[in-house]
Design a protein around this ligand. Structure first.
Ligand code: ZN
Length: 442
């Protein structure tokens, strides 16, 4: 048991169990499968292990059984500078927690701090099974450069952005009248330097923090910058009741919280809004109409007592929803633990609030954590499943570590994923690859 050895770079062939959602719908589960990665880092084929295979490349396959290969997980929302405070401040509300645990950490997140933390952050992502992440940095341009440089070096796939704030802000180095222009200019330079680097492995997201800390002008200008450059646009939406009340006071003309971003030109298929816990029917319809992507962060929503997002209702409305750890709002980077929190949230909605839509099953959660996360980023043609033609972003997990007693395996794919999400172990991810290149982990 333990980490997979070797397989540092493509080409290679592995033999393992394979569980993956499929682009065409449904899932593929191979009890004994072959996955071949070409020299260019793409998946050449995924198929049942041939009964009798005299020739290459099967003869060179690395046999990983009984380990399971899955698509790499997509974390659609985490704050890189906040990792050191993950798990702290339980029992506080969002705005108090931000003031006490988050803004002090981000205020000190200069380039030197980023050089120390970012490599560790990416290794922790890989150890948790995450190969793609949409991230928030802090506010300083040089610290973003350090975060991007560390991602370039590490090999993880990231979309990252400098946090923009012109209200409720912690950066004392810039005056109030200059902060909007400075923040836009810094974001623009970072886009020029990093957006699309390494054939799109590194991308930029223009990142106004949320409506409480941004003026209408900053929201509008940030959305215009994203449109003009092809970068993503990300922010937080309707996470917490107190936050929603503050937004209503700050933007009295807006119909609701979603309308604040709509008026700024922020909605659309290149925009990802995190949380979206408390939405009216109008807001749900408008987000669906504009194709805006939703990031569901259930472990964070439970940790900060923000609320229970009605996922089944959103899916029924046609929204594209992926999963986010929201570290440090969420206490753990593991997207498996986010799947578990999401499932418990859905159980809670059903048992306590009368939700009648059917519960999602483990393979549905795996799809949200992989293919749907990729769809949220418009990357579904490249990643999100184990299918021929995709880039080889994959993980291998050891299901033995999730057995309640040793020697108690299951060969049912749904049950394997069920144990991975309900009995998550920090050491169960034995390897993670992006484009067939092994990611340093731990
Ligand atoms: Zn967040």
């Amino acid at each position: 048991m333990g980490a997979v050895q070797g397989l540092e770079r493509p080409p290679f062939v592995i033999r393992a169990q394979m569980i993956t959602p499929l682009d065409a719908g449904g899932s593929s589960c191979l009890a004994d499968g072959l996955l071949e990665v070409g020299a260019d880092g793409r998946i050449l084929r995924v198929e049942p292990w041939p009964a009798d295979s005299p020739g290459a490349p099967e003869s060179t396959a690395v046999d990983l059984r009984p380990m399971v290969a899955l698509p790499g997980l997509v974390d659609l929302h985490a704050h890189l500078p906040q990792l050191p405070n993950a798990g702290r401040g339980g029992g506080l509300d969002l705005l108090t927690w931000l003031e006490r645990y988050i803004f002090p950490l981000e205020r000190d997140f200069d380039a030197a701090a980023a050089e120390r933390l970012a490599p560790q952050f990416y290794r922790s992502l890989a150890a948790a099974g995450t190969t793609t992440a949409l991230l928030y940095g802090a506010v300083y341009e040089a610290s973003l450069d350090a975060c991007f440089a560390a991602a370039e070096e590490h090999g993880v796939r990231v979309v990252l952005g400098k946090v923009m704030m012109d209200r409720l802000r912690y950066d004392a180095t810039i005056g109030d009248t200059e902060v909007l222009d400075a923040s836009l200019a810094q974001s623009q330079r970072l886009i020029e330097r990093w957006h699309g680097r390494d054939d799109g492995r590194l991308q930029y997201a223009v990142t106004p923090r949320f409506a409480v800390s941004c003026s209408a002008e900053m929201l509008r200008e940030s959305a215009a910058l994203a449109r003009a450059t092809g970068a993503y646009w990300q922010t937080h939406l309707a996470e917490d009741r107190d936050e929603i009340e503050q937004v209503a006071r700050l933007f009295p003309d807006a119909l609701d919280y979603t309308d604040v971003y709509d008026r700024a030109g922020g909605l659309g298929p290149r925009s990802i809004v995190a949380h979206a816990v408390h939405l009216s029917a109008r807001e749900i319809a408008r987000l669906a109409e504009t194709g805006t992507r939703i990031c569901h962060c259930p472990s964070s929503n439970l940790f900060l007592a923000s609320g229970a997002m009605p996922l089944a209702r959103y899916l029924e409305a046609g929204l594209v929803v992926g999963l986010g750890s929201d570290v440090a709002g969420g206490p753990e980077l593991s997207v498996f633990s986010v799947m578990r929190a999401g499932a418990y949230t859905q159980s809670g909605l059903r048992t306590m609030l009368g939700e009648t839509r059917p519960l999602l099953r483990p393979l549905d959660w795996l799809r949200l954590a992989t293919l749907d996360g990729a769809r949220a980023l418009g990357l579904e043609a490249r990643i999100g499943t184990l299918e021929a033609g995709k880039e080889a972003d994959l993980i291998v997990v050891d299901p033995r570590l999730t057995e309640p007693t040793p020697g108690n395996p299951t060969d049912d794919a749904s049950d394997i994923v069920s144990r991975l999400m309900y009995r998550t172990r920090a050491d169960m991810v034995a390897g993670a690859w992006v484009r067939g290149r092994r990611l340093a982990a731990a």
